[in-house]
Ligand binder design. Structure first.
Ligand code: DHB
Length: 393
């Protein structure tokens, strides 16, 4: 078998890998993108839906993006607690907004754009080994969709392959090297056929636990409620799910309808110990996981990619290592801010099994302090809409 040659081997065709291949191609740097999943799998997996304004500004420039035709601008969210809703006005506080545009739609756009541009993009390709990251010619081997072995030699390898990254051990030394936090709850997510219950998202802290009321379209809604991490998504009837959701948004009532998809989302925080080693680096969920509260996951992946793109341009076009040497620290700066925000929103809004009455009253005190202070509302709005992307290293 003769090894194929490319400049950047990107493992993972999620938002991070696809966006990186786009940005590199703009600079004339060729790449091969590999993903073990099928195109259908990638395009149909339901994920979160909120894009920061900075993310939208990147995506809207990509040929064929439907973010402005299919997505919806959201100028605020509601924090609901103690029977009342409190609006956080994003443009009024920060001059910025967010967009509700589900991640699988972003992926449909990106895959179409990359294929139209002639990107070497391979689905069903399993990577088995990543070697030589401390040489100038790292290589990956694996098996393609037809079961044939492949070997690719690159100038650089990028792990954009999600939380079960096969590239991570080559960069960080092991799968688990890093900083972890587990939470004693999960989210039960549903998609239902019903009219919207609210124009904007509702993040609700209730005595029975957290709920998030989100939307997808005029006829399809996405909602979540805090549940036991071991919950079986099929064990509850539709009526029980609606009763649970209604009880989690005291003071308002939800429009109900048939539930056609259910899932349980794990809750964890993780940051890998090393984001780069020699000629390999990690981006997105391969490098970090955030709990879903605040919808930072994909936005953080985009922020990593913008930095790595700049670093790789310098390395591969100018033979200048300063950018790649600065990548890990620059990425970590935002990663920990987003970790904090996701943890903070989670801790402020969820009921922990070990919560005492003290904890519960303290939490309500915290929520009142945030919504009654312009500084508090602005802080939340700045984090939620996203800090400006840093593009220089
Ligand atoms: C959605 C998911 C989130 O985690 C969040 O914070 C907001 C919205 C969603 O899927 O719509």
């Amino acid at each position: 078998m003769t090894a194929e040659r490319t400049r950047v081997a990107i493992v993972g065709a999620g938002p991070a890998g696809l966006l990186l291949s786009h940005l590199l191609a703009e600079a004339g740097i060729d790449s091969i993108v590999l993903d073990s999943r099928s195109r259908e799998d990638i395009e149909q997996t339901i994920r979160a839906g909120i894009l920061e304004q900075g993310t939208v500004e990147i995506l809207e420039k990509i040929e064929g993006s439907r973010v402005h035709t299919m997505g919806h601008r959201h100028d605020g969210v509601e924090l609901r607690f103690a029977g009342e809703g409190h609006r956080i006005d994003f443009p009024g506080l920060t001059g910025r907004s967010v967009w509700l545009y589900p991640q699988h739609e972003v992926l449909i756009d990106l895959i179409a754009a990359r294929l139209a541009a002639g990107q070497d993009l391979r689905f069903g390709a399993h990577v088995d080994t990543v070697e030589g990251v401390e040489t100038d010619t790292p290589r990956i081997t694996g098996t393609d969709a037809e079961g044939r072995p492949f070997e690719i030699v690159a100038d650089f390898v990028v792990g954009a392959d999600g939380s079960r990254s096969v590239v991570r051990p080559s960069v960080a030394g092991s799968m688990t090297a890093g900083y972890f936090r587990e939470y004693p709850f999960a989210w039960f997510g549903i998609l239902c056929e019903a009219p919207p219950s609210s124009d904007e998202l509702i993040y609700s802290n209730s005595p029975n636990g957290f709920a998030l009321i989100s939307q997808r379209s005029d006829t399809v809604q996405r909602m979540y409620f805090q549940c036991d991490p071991e919950a079986d998504p099929n064990a509850m009837s539709d009526a029980e799910i609606w009763e649970t959701l209604q009880s989690r948004v005291p003071g308002t009532s939800l429009n109900e309808g048939p539930i056609f998809q259910r899932d349980v989302l794990r809750f964890r925080s993780f940051v890998v110990s090393e984001l780069r080693k020699g000629r390999a680096a990690l981006v997105g969920d391969a490098a970090h996981t955030v709990p879903p509260t605040g919808a930072k996951g994909m936005n953080l992946a985009v922020a990593d990619v913008i930095l790595l793109n700049e670093a790789l341009r310098r390395l591969l076009l100018e033979n200048d290592e300063s950018g790649i040497d600065a990548y890990a620290e620059a990425a970590r700066h935002r990663i920990w801010k987003a970790q904090h925000f996701s943890w903070w929103m989670t801790s402020m809004l969820h009921l922990s099994p070990e919560s005492t009455e003290f904890d519960r009253y303290r939490q309500l005190g915290e929520l009142h302090a945030v919504v009654e202070s312009e500084a508090g509302r602005r802080y939340l709005a700045e984090c939620y809409t996203g800090w400006p992307f840093r593009t220089t290293l």
